[in-house]
Design a protein around this ligand. Sequence first.
Ligand code: HEC
Ligand code: HEC
Length: 525
Amino acid sequence: MRWLLSLGCLMLAAGVSAEGLPVKSQLVRDSCGACHQVDAQGRMSRISYVRKPPEEWELTVKRMVRIHGVSLTPDAARQIVQYLSDNHGLTASELAPIAYVLEREETSEEIPSEHMKAACAGCHSYGKIAGQRRTREEWLKLKDFLMGMYPAMIYQHRQVDWPKLADENLAWLADHFPLETPEWKKEKDATAPGEGQWVVVGSQPGKGDYTGLLSFRTLPDGGRQSETALAFASGQKETVRGKGRWFGAYAWRGNALRGEKDKTREVFHLSADQNTLRGRWFPLEHPELGAREVRYRVEGAPRVLAVLPGAVRRGSSHVTIRIAGILMTPPAQHADLHLGDGVSVEKIVEAAPDHIEAVISVDPAAKPGARDVKTGAISGAGQFIVYENADYLRVTPDHAMARLGGIHYQKEFAQFEAHAWSNGADGLPGTADDLDLGAVQASWSMAEAYASFGEKDVSFVGSVNQNGLFTPAEEGPNPARLRSTNNAGDVWVEASYTPPGAQQPLKARAYVLVTVPLYVQFPIH
Ligand code: HEC
Ligand code: HEC
């Protein structure tokens, strides 16, 4: 105890705080040391007192090059971003709440206060801020940094007292997002997953649900190669080949070629127990498209993860279903697979520890509702639905924004999807017991959303195809339009679907606002 006390006095006397991450990379010390001093503990000014995700490290390093004249080879820049992300990054529990920003999810975010909204979340997302961990001093420095970088901001924010709000917000952030957090202490020493297999479950709007098996191989440069065999609920198969890297133990960034032709980016984040990898993949230039996907490490207790299709109408015969799971005991014969009373398994087509493909028929009198899937000793609770009727249709998202483009600017698309729903046991639509029967192949059209007289948006804003993909028109003035305005406007995107056995189609719609391109592209989100 006396030893501890005297150590405390010593540190105080030397004016050294206990916080700060020592920089062990010689490359970082050599490349950054001219301006960022190294102290006796190996800590570098500024660099040792902030933590952020890989995208943010990349932006900071780019700024050092762009504004402060640092010269780095692309390879050195990559290694520096890797080192800082590995050692001054965020852990699983810290990444999870802000993953939507990095994963480029189209969503509206929750901002903790009106003050934060007014002073900080106008130019970039709040998630960009909440994705940083800094010492109090480093948080407070942001006020001068922002005023120095963007002096016009004070005028742009003249409706509020920006400097005062910045002080308040930065003090709040210093309290809530310090450099060292309990999550950090608990999770920081984990190492990234190596080689191994993961069972993939995803849903690609416009194309449907899918499952698959992914294998990671370690490359000599520390990266990983991946190969995934996917099967869609529609029966379509696809191979995905990619390469990527772990930044720290929890952030996966990769590039993958889907079906031999589509180049996509992968942004995934690992759970704290390191067994679940959640995220999104999307076309390189179009983060608004793509899919949300979950990857489950092939490890631990056997379990059922998903059934495709997840719902079958009673009275259907010879339907092929696919069950995805972890370390399942492949059923030796059809009698070993059970989907509850009234569902007969006719044939096992394929059986492996990660997937079972079977042909089933559902008795016209089978009881509607969610059921358990049982294979061998394992049981997937409520993962398969038998339904009587598709009662209504729902389009997701129920509203979206698209941006004109194609000449000088990139178009921003909007992808819609129609799901059939059952009213559930209570027979009423819109209640908690309603059952999502999955995506259906609807027919798509557009209708005017009246905002002003004679606008005829339907003829100008763009078009929707039969996969629910809305493609906006070109940007710029259009002489064919009233007053030669551009093609901006708003319309309803409508889905119509006639379920098997029904007389009338089910209909649903979503709102799409078609607006101008992003004329100024900030490199930030
Ligand atoms: C030529 C001087 C110079 C060099 C070399 C330099 N920096 Fe900086 N750095 C600055 C200045 C000036 C600031 C403060 C203004 C700013 O943030 O842009 C800064 C700020 C920073 C910050 C704090 C930003 C924040 O708010 O999070 C980090 C982190 C940083 N630098 C990292 C680096 C890294 C990593 C390198 C090496 C690749 C590097 N710097 C090299 C001049 C330099
Ligand atoms: C006028 C627009 C604007 C406003 C308002 C604004 N920011 Fe930013 N902020 C930016 C831009 C642009 C960058 C990226 C700078 C770069 O890396 O080139 C940035 C970067 C940041 C960073 C990352 C710095 C780094 O190097 O990692 C943080 C954290 C941040 N802002 C927090 C805030 C907070 C907190 C507020 C409110 C007090 C705020 N911002 C208000 C435009 C703004």
